[in-house]
Design a protein around this ligand. Structure first.
Ligand SMILES: *Cc1c(COP(=O)(O)O)cnc(C)c1O
Length: 220
């Protein structure tokens, strides 16, 4: 944890920001509830899960005050109900049908929900995420949903040996966000969720406001 904090602080200062501008999300997909509780006791408050079933199992009973649960994996439309019930932020909204399902479920649950739009910046075939070509249409639609607060964008960089090779992906997400923000001045696209164990310091240098770390926290 100390090493992570040091690297976050150094990378934040290289991008002219404070470490407080970078939210650490502990990705708990490989660990069980006891480790989540240990992470909470160590001071972590944001937790990320890939799958709705795992999220429900580990987080249906709240972990503690101020805990924030992020869904970061691909979400099937038929799981929208549980997603809306058991998490606070969905980072993986990547298509119009999912926006509609989430809006509908939020209405039924009488709640609002923070969402990030996931963009497939690298254009990898097997990856989920909206194509940059379609993001404007998706954003336009999402901004019209009264129960959804679109707070920014998320991407997953390709897994490569040289972390620096991911830099154009992170820069691309930031530039896309800047362009969308200019086109939609009433939107509040403040969040950039990008960077994982392999490359989080690069992502911070390029403007990440959320980093999603699994192995660095739980295998470190
Ligand atoms: C697993 C996962 C992470 C964390 O990956 P690590 O390499 O363990 O840090 C982050 N984001 C998503 C979407 C993931 O699936």
């Amino acid at each position: 944890m100390m090493e992570i904090q040091d690297r976050v602080a150094e990378a934040a200062s290289r991008s002219g920001r404070s470490p407080a501008d970078v939210q650490l999300v502990a990705v708990t997909k490989t660990v069980e509830r006891d480790m989540v509780e240990a992470a909470y006791a160590a001071g972590l408050r944001h937790f990320g899960e890939n799958r709705v079933q795992d999220m429900r199992r580990k987080f249906e009973e709240p972990i503690g005050p101020e805990s924030v649960v992020h869904l970061i994996g691909h979400l099937q439309t038929n799981k929208a109900r549980d997603a809306v019930r058991y998490c606070d932020i969905i980072e993986s909204v990547d298509r119009i049908s999912l926006v509609d399902a989430l809006q509908h479920r939020c209405e039924l649950e009488n709640r609002s929900l923070d969402v990030l739009l996931q963009v497939n910046i690298a254009g990898e075939e097997q990856k989920h995420g909206c194509s940059p070509d379609d993001i404007e249409e998706l954003l336009d639609h999402a901004l019209k949903q009264p129960a959804l607060n679109v707070t920014g964008l998320m991407t997953i960089a390709p897994l490569v040996d040289d972390a620096d090779a991911t830099r154009p992906v992170f820069r691309g997400l930031r530039e896309l966000r800047d362009r969308l923000q200019a086109d939609y001045p009433n939107a509040q696209l403040t969040q950039l969720s990008m960077g994982m164990t392999n490359d989080y310091w690069i992502a911070i240098e390029e403007g990440a406001t959320m980093i999603r770390l699994g192995r660095a926290i739980f295998e470190g």
